[in-house]
Design a protein around this ligand. Structure first.
Ligand code: HEC
Ligand code: HEC
Ligand code: HEC
Ligand code: HEC
Length: 130
């Protein structure tokens, strides 16, 4: 009995310190964001932390390989703004060449699968956002 107790205490210690080390390794970014382009015609609310709790970082974040193709997310990689790559001057294919394009493809795409009510404009483009 005593031995198992000591073991589980030790395990709990390793787990928490392990987790702390992991969370230090990767900047999680803001808990909530207002996503917008320079024109800021229709800012979108994005509860980042709420999504992080359910999803993997790589469900949304990726990078670009030397071949110009999408490279998968890896722990500790540099996370850049979507518009860094998804803009009209970066040679992106049609439908992926703006923040609106990928915002709708990624965000609305998943919302559509999860629950159609989540695709209503006002879910993300809440009134009064700046
Ligand atoms: C549902 C999609 C989604 C998931 C899941 C997600 N993120 Fe994000 N994250 C975003 C979007 C969108 C932005 C804003 C990008 C922009 O401004 O162009 C962002 C921004 C960030 C930023 C700030 C980047 C900058 O330069 O401003 C960091 C850091 C970050 N995320 C880390 C993470 C980590 C770590 C995880 C996993 C624990 C994660 N994200 C999970 C969508 C997501
Ligand atoms: C470092 C460059 C880079 C950044 C930053 C980037 N992407 Fe991409 N993304 C790419 C490349 C390259 C492709 C593949 C384009 C092609 O098909 O030719 C791609 C493809 C996509 C696709 C279509 C394929 C798929 O996975 O569904 C979506 C949607 C997408 N990106 C969304 C986003 C979002 C949202 C962000 C910000 C959170 C983001 N991207 C940030 C480079 C980037
Ligand atoms: C892989 C799936 C997925 C992706 C990608 C995703 N979401 Fe969501 N999002 C959800 C689900 C599922 C919910 C509902 C959660 C709930 O009801 O608890 C949600 C909820 C939300 C809500 C809150 C709705 C409310 O009023 O309660 C907002 C706002 C939102 N998402 C914005 C975004 C934005 C902006 C993006 C892209 C940057 C995004 N989401 C990407 C799955 C996703
Ligand atoms: C799941 C979230 C989500 C939903 C639902 C959604 N959008 Fe968006 N939308 C975004 C994101 C993310 C962007 C890119 C960031 C930004 O400009 O707000 C965007 C961008 C836009 C832009 C470009 C804004 C600019 O400043 O250039 C327009 C216009 C737009 N959306 C219209 C709509 C309309 C109309 C609907 C409903 C039919 C809708 N969106 C539904 C997330 C969403």
């Amino acid at each position: 009995m005593k031995k198992t107790l000591i073991c589980s205490v030790a395990l709990a210690f390793f787990c928490t310190t392990g987790l702390a080390a992991l969370s230090m390794a990767q900047d999680k970014g803001p808990a909530e964001m207002v996503l917008k382009t320079a024109k800021a015609k229709k800012p979108a609310l994005f509860p980042h932390a709420e999504h992080q709790a359910r999803l993997k970082c790589g469900d949304c974040h990726h990078s670009k390989g030397a071949d110009g193709k999408q490279a998968p997310y890896t722990e500790g990689m540099k996370i850049e703004k979507c518009e860094t790559c998804h803009n009209k001057d970066a040679g992106m294919p049609k439908g992926l060449a703006s923040f609106k394009d990928v915002g709708h493809k990624k965000c609305k795409g998943c919302h559509k699968k999860a629950d159609k009510k989540l695709t209503k404009c006002g879910v993300c483009h809440k009134k009064g956002l700046k």
